[in-house]
Design a protein around this ligand. Structure first.
Ligand code: ATP
Ligand code: MG
Length: 339
């Protein structure tokens, strides 16, 4: 029995969440879902984007499923997802970039895992107004750089990948990315000694070159590991490469907790129409199942989605179909139950 926190959020968040939970309930596994609130609607009603209670529920769960939230316009209000990542110690952001059948994509057979450091870098939130303008501090520590590099090797092994590429800009950011680069190679050396890792090749690329190769030669990549800002940009580029936001899942992982969310936001333009593509949320649930060690169930769920995509009949409008979110989810559920 797994205890799962469910944070539907705003906009299309609750729609794709309902669709995904309905499929998960057809699983052989037992889940105890605890719904909790966060986001803009929550703020309007309670004056708080992330009630203390939500944080406590998430802290005590095995994992959290997160829909999407609309940012609160007032600048001073902290973003609930950023606070959740920080409070739960979710230092690794995993973004699979994978092409699926029937989904318009620049290339077929793309299957990359981008691993983004999620706790420091240029997103440390240390900014200062100066007489000339402003400065932002880019914090790179050995501890966080080694920790994220280890995640890269662990994920590579668990997913049967044979290459890990570190992405940085150590030719310009000599000190900060010097630390990142050296930390990566130190961890790479450690792993070369370990059973099961000797066949994993390692290399490094400057971020500008990596951005280009992602478009011109994506098959050269398997696992990419990088700092916060570079990872943010490269993973959106990657999502664009394989069919856009409706298909892109993500995992936020720490030592003993994980939060799983689609890459897309609350999409106010299509909210409450029932037409949001549930695939990104369903694939985020797959990542959650993997995190829980339920690899067989994760595989079954992804295969069920693939069948629906291959058939190309019950699809939401962004995929060229005319079906609703729930209709597409029901089609996935049907195959999931059969498997
Ligand atoms: P937010 O501020 O919450 O991020 P946004 O306006 O930036 O909202 P996104 O959710 O980031 O919206 O989406 C960007 C575009 O992609 C929108 O036009 C949206 O309709 C589309 N989109 C995003 N997610 C989906 C989805 N699951 N299915 C279909 N279209 C989507
Ligand atoms: Mg957005």
């Amino acid at each position: 029995m797994y205890t799962i926190t469910v944070i539907p959020g705003d906009g299309i968040g609750p729609e794709v969440m309902e669709a995904t939970l309905d499929i998960l309930k057809a699983s052989d596994l037992e889940f105890d879902f605890h719904e909790a609130r966060a986001g803009y609607a929550c703020y309007q009603e309670t004056g708080n984007t992330l009630p203390h209670e939500t944080l406590e529920i998430a802290r005590n769960a095995d994992a959290t499923l997160f829909g999407a939230i609309t940012s609160v316009p007032e600048q001073k209000t902290p973003s609930s997802i950023l606070t959740l990542r920080k409070e739960l110690g979710l230092y690794a952001n995993l973004r699979p970039i994978k092409s699926y059948p029937g989904v318009k994509s620049l290339y077929g057979d793309v299957d990359i895992l981008i691993i983004r450091e999620n706790s420091e870098g240029l997103y440390s939130g240390i900014e200062e107004v100066t007489s000339e303008g402003a400065t932002a501090l880019r914090v790179i520590t050995r501890k966080a750089s080694q920790r994220i590099s280890r995640v890269a090797f662990e994920e590579a092994k668990n997913r049967g990948k044979t290459r890990v590429t570190a992405v940085h800009k150590a030719n310009v950011l000599r000190k900060s990315d010097g630390v990142f680069r050296n930390s990566f190679w130190k961890v790479a050396e450690e792993y070369k000694e370990k059973d099961g890792y000797r066949d994993i090749a390692t290399d490094e690329l400057y971020v500008d070159a990596a951005a280009m190769f992602l478009v011109t030669d994506p098959h050269r990549f398997q696992v990419m590991v990088t700092t916060n800002l570079f990872g943010d940009i490269l993973s959106d580029e990657g999502a664009g490469l394989v069919g856009g936001l409706g298909m892109a899942p993500s995992a936020n992982i720490g030592d003993d907790n994980g939060l799983f969310e689609p890459v897309h936001g609350s999409a106010p333009d299509i909210a409450s129409k029932g037409v949001a593509n549930p695939a990104a949320m369903i694939l985020s649930a797959c990542l959650m199942l993997q995190f829980l060690g339920e690899h067989q169930e994760a595989f079954k769920l992804e295969q069920a989605l693939i069948k629906v995509l291959e058939e190309g009949i019950v699809l939401t409008p962004d995929l060229g179909g005319t079906s609703t979110t729930m209709e597409m989810a029901q089609a996935v559920k049907k195959y999931f139950k059969k498997s």
